[in-house]
Design a protein around this ligand. Sequence first.
Ligand code: SF4
Ligand code: SF4
Length: 422
Amino acid sequence: MTETATTAVQTLLAQTDSDIASYLEACVHCGECAEACHFYQATKDPKYTPTYKLQPLVKAYKRHKAPLRGVLSLLGLSPPEVTEDELREWEPLVYDSCTMCGRCTLVCPMGIDIAGTIRKMREGYAAAGIVPDGLTAARANVERTSSPMGVTAKALLAQIKHQEEDTGLKIPVDQKGVDYLAIFSSHEIMASPEIIGAYAKIFKKAGLTWTVSTEAYEATNVGVQIGSGPLAKQLVQRVVDEAERLGVKYVIAPECGHAYGAIRWAGPNLIGRPFKFEVIHIIELLDRLRREGKIPAGKKDGRKMTLHDPCQLVRRGGVAKEPRHLLSDSASNFVEMKGAGIANLCCGGGGGVSANSRAEDLMIAAFGEKLKQIDEIGGIETIVIPCANCRGVFEDGLDAYEKEDYEVISLGQLVADTMQDD
Ligand code: SF4
Ligand code: SF4
């Protein structure tokens, strides 16, 4: 075995805890999960069957950890050692063809968490340095600036200044003693900075005290996407330290699905203790403020709209009803797409896939399945998407399929635009 393969296999085995072992033992090879996966749906290629993506882990487990492995070995029925060539052959399956969307688990009769198992597999790959170039580059940017796109605090401040000029509102920076700390994804800061102005408008109306931080502005967690626990922990710790230094009561997770899961669900486990503040998703917060009467709805937007449910926010995060409450107040012609809610199809670019240029053709093919659902409704003008990463994937996908007529918008922006004026 090469040193690389040894590192990968040892890490895979260390990651195979009782949950993962029970998944590997429980699979009845029924194949139900295949049709649930957008990569299989789009290509019909059997290699995109969810369980096939796990094969190096399955082999390592059966050889080194499974019950009765000694007997099986004596009978010559133990699988051979996983080789470096095999690991490298599977690498595109582990990183390009799984967005960790969790849709396959919904249909699995044994409730096997493929997304969580792929996440553990990526730990082995990351430890051995077998990672796609796009994610390696994102990691280098994070180590330099905390942002996967290399967005610096100086760039953030420049975007804030523009938003202050556009809205005429002061955007608080590095303020101690306020209630809320807002963090953003790099994609929002650079591609749709209006969302920072939208927060300023909404929070002023609601009378909230809040701040942006020049130490912890980035919500994206590349560690979770690559599969590096230590990096994921470091990125969560950065936000936790700053939130606790500022003394806030809440950290607002932005419209970015995986960033929400990383800090809200994985965060306390990563740093090994509960937070001294609450994490709230911006859509949960807007819904709460709306119900409390602090941001009354004004004139509804009349365009024909549908909602894309980001997997990490809705299926894996549980924020399903809040976007719909907000939409019913903000849009007069809102139509659900087929399979909306927790069973919704992934956009094709989550879990680090959109940051991995090698996966682009596959991502666009998977996006084609999503597009069919939207086309099927007919007459849609606007797709509301409460995730900046999904919005980026939609923009690329709509471009690739020459569907320029569909407009993609943020839900937070829609709420700000349709809020009752003073
Ligand atoms: S988690 Fe999603 S992308 Fe990954 S195998 Fe399952 S359905 Fe496919
Ligand atoms: S649906 Fe579940 S039990 Fe069936 S093959 Fe897929 S992972 Fe295994």
